[in-house]
Design a protein around this ligand. Structure first.
Ligand code: LP5
Ligand code: MN
Length: 253
């Protein structure tokens, strides 16, 4: 069980989930589209929580990006403004932004949540919520890499390097990842159904919500639970959206 984090929704409270935006910079077309969509969605649905379920950024090399260049002005202003008006913002690490830390969270009013965590609806239904990469257990090369970069010692060493060095390494790794993805079998880049069921059962949950795989939809697990997968975002081809969870089943928006 994830220590200390179990979120309980009250009647009429809603959660808006988004993930896999892969934002590059504040002024670009995708970021503008996302921020416009987010602003409209927050106004339309008035959720209690906004859950940023990982890979918000194309590659995050450390929170000092913010101090050095006052980066992401519109994104930060929008999140801050809504947080101050009462919106709870949760953030789960993705495989591209696992280095988001307290500096970023404080600058937008977000709370870093463990992966996975349990979210309970007002009716008692428990959902296991995750970025999703941890359940792609057949992708052995990725899991080995994941274990390396989630190690605090590795992270401290990486963050100890100059910003430009880190950015160059991140670019090289993105290229390597794109090349490897062409060669990997599609099946190994999806979640392993047994790993999903095992986690759902271990947390006493009755379903899972995740991103990462870029295969949006609702799937049934071998044990008969629902697994809701968020869309990734892209300008061309156009893909966007999120999931809204209130008192009933999730809704795609
Ligand atoms: O992200 P996506 O969708 O392309 O693919 C993921 C997996 N790839 C990754 C890597 C990220 O794309 C890049 C992360 C940038 C983070 C920046 C900060 C840290 C920089 C660290 C610099 C060392 O997560 C991909 C999965 C795919 O999802 C589907 O699940 O298959 O996995 C990989 O491509 C990993 C490779 O298979 C193994 C990589 C071994 C690299 C060994 C370290 C070499 C260091 C090189 C530094 C220049
Ligand atoms: Mn991902």
């Amino acid at each position: 069980m994830s220590p200390g984090v179990a979120l309980q929704l009250e009647p009429r409270q809603q959660v808006l989930f988004v993930s896999d935006l892969h934002l590059l910079e504040d002024g670009d077309a995708l970021t503008t589209r996302f921020l416009d969509w987010l602003s409209q969605s927050l106004q339309a649905y008035k959720p209690h929580w906004l859950m940023l379920l990982g890979d918000v950024f194309e590659a995050w090399v450390g929170d000092d990006v913010l101090q050095d260049s006052q980066d992401w002005p519109r994104l930060r202003a929008l999140l801050q403004q809504h947080h101050q008006a009462g919106l709870q913002i949760g953030l789960v690490h993705g495989n591209r932004d696992f280095l988001l830390g307290q500096g970023f969270c404080q600058s937008v009013g977000a709370r870093l949540l463990p992966d996975p965590f349990v979210l309970t609806q007002a009716n008692g239904q428990r959902w296991l919520v995750s970025h999703g990469d941890g359940y792609c257990t057949d992708d052995l090369a990725y899991q080995k890499f994941r274990q390396m970069v989630r190690d605090p010692k590795w992270q401290a060493d990486f963050l100890g390097q100059p910003l430009a060095t880190r950015q160059a390494q991140a670019r090289a790794l993105r290229e390597q990842s794109q090349q490897e993805k062409h060669q990997k079998d599609m099946a190994i880049m999806d979640v392993n159904p047994q790993a999903v069921d095992q986690a759902i059962l271990a947390h006493g949950a009755q379903g899972m919500i995740h991103g990462h795989t870029h295969r949006p939809g609702v799937y049934q697990t071998p044990a008969g639970y629902e697994r809701w997968v968020l869309t990734d975002w892209s300008i061309d081809p156009p893909r966007q959206g999120g999931l809204l969870l209130g008192e009933s089943r999730p809704t795609v928006i």
